[in-house]
Write a new protein. Sequence first.
Length: 92
Amino acid sequence: MEATHIIRRPVVTEKASTQTGAANRYTFEVDGRARKDQIKAAVQQLYKVRVLAVSTQIRKARDKQYKYGLVAGALTKRAIVKVHPEDKIELF
């Protein structure tokens, strides 16, 4: 997979922004089939930074109730990437 297919978008939430400033960690929504080594290589290629560690989590959205029944929420995969202290990623 190409780097642009692995990294879908950065996650901008209050918790992710706090981690960015305090611990130099950035959160991205990634392809569900991507492995940690692929995510690390993609971030290094796209943002030209040194990645120290990658943590992943698979999150399930809430189920939705419609008049015709219950619809299961989608699964998304997030990657929290720890970057070298000297490097920064400019998201905006």
